[in-house]
Design a protein around this ligand. Structure first.
Ligand SMILES: Cc1cc2nc3c(=O)[nH]c(=O)nc-3n(C[C@H](O)[C@H](O)[C@H](O)COP(=O)(O)O)c2cc1C
Ligand code: SF4
Ligand code: SF4
Length: 432
């Protein structure tokens, strides 16, 4: 039986599912209910420096992107860090941690970029009993204009400097939360590592405008006729987050740096994918905001069943797919496939035909009676028909046997060979 208990940079939790710093972790009431539902840990909603509380907008703070069935695919927000007084948060954190000693409780922090502010807040949170800190260098709106959040996260030198202060003034594990609003996410990760971070977490939200009201001519969500960019999250951002996690996991400079994976995780499968790409644990926000705290139960049972069916432990999963993430020039150009349509499953909608005929390689024929057939001589195996077909597994890709003739190119399938040795590559050895 797989054991889901997790030890992330020395922080123990009964499972690897943490709630990310956001409204679900904004107060004691929420966090207690989250723990009762089964979450292994929480990163408390970001705390700021002592003083007058943060002020949020009083109009709508969210915008959404939906799929055709109105399932929420992407969420945009213009919320700031916690707007509740620091001392209230600290008191609640202490009480919750006392009552749930087996759960992970991490405090997210964002204070001005000077040594005094960081030393002060670290002293203030010292006796809460929290298990670690997460530095919020990711928030892309509101706080960044004040020189915090992504304004720090976009400058590797600042990340390194602040991380050093945190390691100097606190004995707690330090997780640096990265912004995706940057060209190369490896640079801030390297800076965090240089500064002594125990781990990085990513991604925070992506700069976004979800839509424009075409009567008001203003971005949504609209506040009195105006809108501002916000932070995008939810299922739509998962591919971006997965790539960034993989980049850090396989980079020589950051390999081995623990990663907490965040971004669009809704099911156990999403979580397992992040872990396979190197995340030691995962954090979730939008799925909990959309479906409630009990989504964690599907994550726990699903991951359990998956690990058991593959006779794996959690540690066997973490990073397992990283060696298979490579650069394009290493892909096998002699791996040849062809689309195959399963006629019994086809509902004759014609989407594959329209896609291939108009935008791909004219490799699907429409025969009388709306029978759709692949023309192997033309099929370049692009996969577009598979992607647009509304019926799962109706179109699949068949791999040619070694030595089998590709009737499109007239070449028999050969052994592994990539672009670096291809005769058309002016830089290749073969071309010399
Ligand atoms: C309304 C809202 C508020 C958020 N506030 C914070 C915050 O205070 N601190 C922080 O580090 N991240 C904050 N986030 C970002 C989330 O922690 C998380 O990184 C992001 O939503 C991606 O995860 P998801 O796709 O599971 O939502 C917030 C996200 C949302 C939707
Ligand atoms: S894989 Fe691409 S080229 Fe082949 S039939 Fe499908 S859409 Fe056409
Ligand atoms: S898209 Fe799929 S279901 Fe529709 S015609 Fe093509 S194979 Fe059939």
């Amino acid at each position: 039986m797989a054991d889901l208990s997790s030890n992330f940079v020395g922080i123990k939790s009964p499972n690897p599912f943490w709630l990310a710093s956001a409204p679900p972790t904004d107060k004691e009431y929420n966090v207690r209910r989250a723990f009762q539902a089964g979450w292994g840990g929480v990163v408390w909603k970001t705390l700021g420096a002592e003083g007058p509380p943060v002020v949020n907008v009083n109009g709508p703070r969210y915008g959404a992107i939906y799929g055709a069935d109105r399932r929420l695919l992407g969420l945009n927000n213009i919320e700031l860090i916690t707007d509740r007084p620091l001392e209230v948060n600290l008191r609640e954190i202490k009480q919750v941690k006392r009552d749930y000693p087996d759960r992970a409780l991490i405090i997210s922090l964002m204070v001005p970029c000077d040594e005094d502010s960081w030393r002060t807040i670290l002293m203030q949170i010292e006796d809460t009993g929290a298990d670690g800190v997460e530095l919020n260098f990711g928030c892309p709106h509101g706080m960044s204009e004040r020189g915090m959040g992504s304004a720090v996260g976009q400058v590797p030198d600042y990340i390194e400097m602040v991380t050093r202060w945190v390691k100097q003034y606190s004995r707690m594990p330090c997780i640096v939360k990265l912004t995706p609003n940057i060209t190369d996410v490896r640079k801030p990760a390297e800076a965090a590592k240089r500064g002594g971070a125990d781990a990085v977490s990513l991604i925070n939200t992506i700069n976004s405008i979800t839509g424009v009201d075409l009567d008001l001519f203003a971005p949504e969500p609209t506040i009195d006729g105006k809108g501002a960019h916000g932070g995008y999250c939810g299922p739509a951002v998962k591919p971006i987050a997965l790539n960034m996690v993989a980049e850090i996991a396989r980079s020589e400079e950051t390999r081995g740096l623990p990663i907490s994976g965040i971004g669009g995780i809704t099911t156990w499968r999403d979580a397992a994918e992040f872990m396979a790409l190197g995340a030691g644990n995962v954090q979730v926000c939008t799925a909990a905001m959309t479906y409630g705290f009990k989504v964690v139960q599907e994550m726990i049972t699903g991951l359990h069943d998956y690990l058991d069916s593959h006779e794996m432990q959690l540690s066997d999963l973490v990073g397992r797919a990283v060696p298979n993430v490579t650069n394009w020039n290493q892909l096998n150009l002699n791996y040849v496939t062809k689309a195959v349509i399963e006629q019994d499953l086809c509902i004759k909608c014609g989407r594959c035909y329209a896609a291939c005929e108009d935008t791909s390689h004219q490799a699907i024929a429409m025969k009388p009676g709306r029978v759709f057939e692949v023309i192997e001589e033309e099929c370049v195996a692009c996969n577009l028909c598979v992607d647009v077909c509304p019926v799962e597994d109706c179109i699949t890709m068949r791999e040619l046997e070694p030595g089998e003739l590709d009737i499109r190119t007239g070449i028999k399938r050969g052994d592994y060979a990539n672009w670096t040795t291809h005769p058309n590559n002016p830089m290749s050895k073969a071309a010399e």
